[in-house]
Design a protein around this ligand. Sequence first.
Ligand code: SF4
Length: 76
Amino acid sequence: TYIVNDACIECKYTDCVEVCPVDCFYEGENMLVIHPDECIDCGVCEPECPADAIRPDTEPDMEKWVEFNRKYSELW
Ligand code: SF4
């Protein structure tokens, strides 16, 4: 699963949203989020992000961001 972190805040690019094959990006308050259960881990969005805000959840200290992404994606 890929997860968006706060490097996304104020980023105006939406290239990641356009390439996602399962449309699992959602709008948070001031950044995009990925629904962790809908993401199929394809990785195509990661290189599209100019802010390097999309990271795999296997990286250290990602638990907080996984929950943040889940919370905001489930508001829709
Ligand atoms: Fe969508 Fe693939 Fe990125 Fe997951 S890794 S958010 S499925 S483009």
